[in-house]
Write a protein of this length. Structure first.
Length: 165
């Protein structure tokens, strides 16, 4: 006897939908069918996603503008150099750098054992990484890992040093 390939799932929204699970390994079909019961059916999911998308877009734009303003103020306050890269990546890179540096300060200084002198050394090292893409790539990392990440930065990530800043 072979494992079922078609499962009739009663979704969270109450709709009963047959699902062809033949593209999944036999030992994973039952678990996936169980997981589907905790989700809305495709039609209800799409309807929920499409409603309120305008207000979601407005909220997201306002949040991004607020984050961008905070990142720009932070960069000016702490004398961070402008980032380099494609125009569309600059703002994202600036926000990512601000968030990672803030998380690192919290982890290493506020909650950790570092003093301000240790932080100043790290901050100076962070100023040398000017490629926006590098900061974007690191956006999901833990702040405490920044030391190791900056050590791993390559020449292509580093900007030209300006001794007169």
């Amino acid at each position: 006897m072979s494992v079922r390939k078609t499962w009739t799932v009663v979704h969270r929204c109450g709709h009963e939908v047959p699902h062809d699970l033949s593209n999944r390994p036999a030992d994973r079909r039952a678990g996936f069918a169980r997981w589907l019961t905790e989700r809305d059916c495709t039609d209800c999911w799409k309807a929920a996603r499409d409603t309120g998308s305008e207000s979601t877009q407005e909220w997201l734009a306002a949040k991004r503008a607020e984050e961008q303003q905070a990142a720009a103020e932070w960069a000016a306050r702490f004398n961070m150099p402008p980032l380099e890269g494609p125009e569309r990546a600059l703002d994202w890179g600036e926000r990512s750098r601000h968030q990672l540096m803030t998380a690192a300060h919290t982890a290493l200084v506020a909650e950790g054992t570092w003093d301000e002198a240790d932080w100043a050394v790290l901050e100076e090292k962070a100023r040398t990484v000017t490629r926006a893409g590098w900061w974007i790539d690191q956006r999901d990392t833990d702040g405490a890992d920044l030391v190791e990440l900056l050590d791993a930065a390559t020449e292509q990530d580093l900007g030209t040093e300006n001794p007169f800043r």
